[in-house]
Design a protein around this ligand. Structure first.
Ligand SMILES: C[S@@+](CC[C@H](N)C(=O)[O-])C[C@H]1O[C@@H](n2cnc3c(N)ncnc32)[C@H](O)[C@@H]1O
Length: 300
C-alpha cells in the first residue's frame, strides 16, 4: 500500500476503527520496529488516530473527520521514512496511565516498572504518606511522577545527569501539578540527594556500548546517555549497587531495571540475593534488593 492508496482508504472509511485498520495495514507493510510504547502495528495505528483526534471520546465514536486525513498521512509517512518512534512524532507517551510530553532529549517511557508503581510497590512495600522515594536517571520524569500520582502523600526526588532531560521532566512535573511532590536534581546518580529513601528506583542506561550500533533505527533517535551502559552494559548499575545502601532507609528497597543484560548481571553477581520480578503485562529484567540484602552482600 502506498500513501495514495492509504488516502483513498481513509476517505472511504466510515468509522475511526476503519481508519485504524488502514493505518495498521500501511505500517505492517513498512519495515518498522516497535517497542516504544506499543509492540504491533495495530496498537501503533490506534495511538496515532486517537492522538490526532485529541483523545476525544466523541471524535472516536463519530464518523471520522476528513480534515484530519492530511495530518495522519504526514505522520504515517514520517514514521516509515524516518523510522522515528511515534512518541517523538506525536510529542507524547503514555506511562502508568498518565500522558507525558516527550521529545528526543529523553528516552521514550516504556519500563515494566509502570506495573509495579501502579500496584504501589505491593507486595514488597506498603508506602505511607511522608515516605520518600528516589528515582535515579529520571529522563522524562515518568517514574517519579507516576510514583507521586499513584502513592498518596509520598514525596519523590528525581535525579538525572542530563540538563536536557531535566527540562523535559520539569515540564511534565508542571503539567501533572506535582511541583510540591517531585523534586528534580541534576547530579551524577545520588550525589545531590539528601537523607534516606524508603525506595530507590532506577531504569539506568544498560545497552552495552558495542551493541548500540546494532540497534534498529528507532532506538538511534533516543539520547545516547539514556542507553549507553558502557562495555558490559553494567557501568551505571555497578555504581548504583555500590552506593545505594548509603541512601536507603534501614527497611529500604532498591528496584533496578537491567532489561536484556539480566544474564550478564547474574553472571557478574552470582551470589547477590536479588529477587527478579514477574510482570502480568510483560517485561523482564527487573530485580529488587532490600537494604539488608545489599549491605550483607557488600560486607561479606
Ligand atoms: C534508560 S533512561 C530512563 C529514563 C526514565 N527513568 C524512564 O524509565 O523512561 C536513563 C536515564 O538516566 C540518565 N543517566 C545516565 N547516566 C546517569 C548518571 N550517572 N546519573 C544520573 N542520571 C544518569 C540518562 O540521562 C537518562 O535520562
Amino acid at each position: 500500500m502506498d500513501t495514495m492508496e492509504l488516502r483513498k482508504a481513509l476517505e472511504r472509511g466510515r468509522t475511526a476503527s476503519d481508519w485504524v485498520e488502514s493505518v495498521a495495514r500501511f505500517f505492517a507493510e513498512g519495515d518498522l520496529t516497535y517497542g516504544h510504547g506499543t509492540d504491533n502495528p495495530r496498537d501503533e495505528a490506534y495511538w496515532l488516530i486517537r492522538a490526532q483526534q485529541g483523545w476525544s471520546e466523541q471524535a472516536w465514536t463519530a464518523p471520522p473527520d476528513s480534515g484530519l486525513i492530511e495530518g495522519i498521512i504526514d505522520l504515517v509517512r514520517r514514521r516509515v521514512a524516518q523510522r522515528k518512534p511515534l512518541a517523538y512524532l506525536l510529542g507524547e507517551a503514555w506511562f502508568a496511565g498518565l500522558r507525558f510530553r516527550i521529545d528526543e532529549r529523553v528516552l521514550v517511557p516504556r519500563s515494566p516498572l509502570a506495573e509495579l508503581i501502579e500496584n504501589r510497590f505491593s507486595p514488597w512495600r506498603r508506602l505511607q504518606p511522608g515516605d520518600r522515594v528516589l528515582d535515579v536517571g529520571t529522563g522524562s520524569g515518568c517514574l517519579a511522577i507516576a510514583v507521586a500520582y499513584h502513592c498518596d502523600g509520598v514525596s519523590v526526588d528525581a535525579t538525572d545527569i542530563s540538563a536536557d532531560a531535566l527540562s523535559v521532566a520539569r515540564r511534565n512535573v508542571r503539567d501533572h501539578g506535582m511541583e510540591e511532590r517531585v523534586r528534580l536534581i541534576r547530579t551524577d546518580l545520588f550525589a545531590g540527594s539528601t537523607g534516606l529513601y524508603r525506595i530507590i528506583v532506577a531504569n539506568p542506561p544498560y545497552v552495552p556500548s558495542e551493541r548500540l550500533e546494532e540497534l534498529p533505527p528507532e532506538y538511534r533517535h533516543e539520547p545516547i546517555t539514556a542507553l549507553d551502559g558502557g562495555r558490559s552494559g553494567l557501568d551505571v548499575v555497578d555504581r548504583l549497587l555500590a552506593g545505594a545502601t548509603n541512601h536507603l532507609a534501614p527497611d529500604g528497597l532498591l528496584v533496578v531495571e537491567v532489561g536484556e543484560v539480566e544474564q550478564a548481571f547474574r553472571s557478574r553477581y552470582p551470589r547477590l540475593p536479588a529477587t527478579w520480578l514477574e510482570f502480568g503485562r510483560g517485561g523482564e529484567g527487573v530485580f529488587l534488593l532490600t537494604h539488608d540484602e545489599l549491605a550483607g552482600y557488600l560486607h561479606a
